[in-house]
Design a protein around this ligand. Structure first.
Ligand code: CA
Length: 408
């Protein structure tokens, strides 16, 4: 692999093997860049060194036109950027082509026309089933046959760093009538989302063996959830306002190319899926994940959960093949979230409702308080990184959100 001419600090999420795409604002509007070490390479500033069709797409204030170009254009651009950062070409970069990440504001990297949230962790689905439907089977009969999901709300997908206002909604405690009030059960969901490249024509499903042509890269997703609103509203049509008030994504889209050394086999599925959901390709990602929390009274954030994305029951390729199996169309820049990533033990659960088991076992924080659910002022940070022997570690950066009081 090439050596970056831009210094990359030890342990950086962004070595030259990564080169994730984002949209940054240096104070004069949104521009597309790639992260390298502690810097961002300003792609419009080096457009003369890029293929002309790509240069035009990268002049946009969002990644969508670039996502539409497809895999060969993405691969060519990646090779050109590696050349710019690792050869004598680096000495001829224009002034201002590199910015310190700390000196710029990050924007939402893509404009999601559609947002879908899956439910693909068997541990999470089992835990929620036990809590929401204690008198029946935890997993509903369809769960092992298809990747369950619902269409979410794209308008409230926000970039990391955006404050999350505590939503109000209809709450219905046992034995009393419903009332409209601020949620008392604001939760996080640790998820990983994929962002689509070229779409499919309406009426033409994406076969699972073509999924790789349509997936550009991955982001961390915090699918904030109001459990009390959710519990009352969700039957029979599924999540609605308990989920649609905010969905945070990390600012850097890590490409499938960068992740290729970390693709691995998904867990065995029982029963075997139907043919349209079968593929011999490795579609699980060996991606370490953690959930971190800091209240205003804490000096340092603490890790409250750690898990790995590779054990998800349903893969991205299966999700995309299933989603389009009725012929519906996806478009460049759509966001498809995995569902909460939970492991088998409580230290690896991806939501507070699981970690505290519905609030029965509060988490102790280092400021002397404890949490069943989030309080105003709490900051939640999701982190993700890939690291295996013989490979250079690549990271996703952080997906951060602070809870603030709602209106009124
Ligand atoms: Ca979710």
């Amino acid at each position: 692999m090439s050596t970056s001419r831009v210094p990359v600090p030890d342990g950086s999420d962004f070595p030259i093997e990564n080169l994730p795409y984002g949209v940054f604002d240096p104070g004069e509007g949104s521009r597309i860049g790639v992260a390298i070490g502690a810097h961002v390479l300003d792609l419009p500033a080096v457009s003369g060194r890029l293929p002309s069709t790509v240069a035009e797409a990268l002049a946009a204030p969002t990644l969508n036109p670039f996502l539409e170009l497809g895999r060969s254009a993405w691969q060519e651009t990646r090779q050109r950027i590696i050349g710019l950062l690792s050869t004598d070409e680096f000495d001829r970069l224009p002034d201002g082509a590199l910015h310190e990440i700390e000196s710029v504001d990050m924007r939402l990297p893509f404009e999601p026309g559609d947002y879908v949230d899956f439910y693909s962790s068997i541990e999470h689905a089992t835990n929620l089933g036990k809590m929401f439907r204690p008198d029946s089977e935890a997993l509903l009969p369809n769960w092992r046959h298809l990747p369950v999901g619902y269409h979410g709300r794209s308008s409230s997908v926000v970039v990391s760093g955006t404050a999350v206002r505590r939503p109000s909604g209809q709450l219905k405690p046992l034995d009393v009538p419903p009332a409209y009030a601020p949620t008392a059960e604001l939760d996080v969901e640790l998820e990983v989302g994929f962002v689509t490249g070229p779409g499919n024509a309406l009426g033409e499903p994406i076969p699972i063996e073509r999924a790789g042509d349509h997936i550009f890269g991955l982001v961390l997703v915090n699918d904030w959830s109001a459990r009390d609103i959710q519990r009352w509203e969700y039957q029979p049509l599924g999540p609605f306002l308990g989920k649609s008030f905010a969905t945070s994504v990390s600012p850097w889209v890590v490409t499938l190319e960068a992740l290729s050394p970390f693709l691995t086999a998904a867990p065995d599925q029982d029963p075997p899926p139907l043919d349209y959901l079968r593929t011999p390709e490795n579609w699980a990602v060996d991606l370490e994940l953690e959930v971190v929390i800091q209240s205003p009274g804490m000096d340092e954030p603490i890790v409250i959960s750690r898990t790995n994305f590779s054990r998800m029951y349903w893969t991205m390729a299966q999700q995309l093949a299933h989603l389009t199996s009725n012929g519906t169309n996806v478009r460049p820049g759509d966001l498809y979230a995995s569902g909460t990533v939970s492991g088998a033990d409580p230290g690896s659960y991806g939501s507070l409702i699981e970690m505290t088991w519905g609030g029965e076992r509060p988490i102790s924080l280092t400021d002397g308080t404890d949490r069943r659910f989030l309080e105003d002022g709490d900051t939640v940070i999701l982190r993700g990184w890939c690291d295996r022997p013989g490979e250079v570690r690549i990271g996703f950066g952080e997906c951060v959100g602070t809870v603030v009081a709602g209106p009124g």
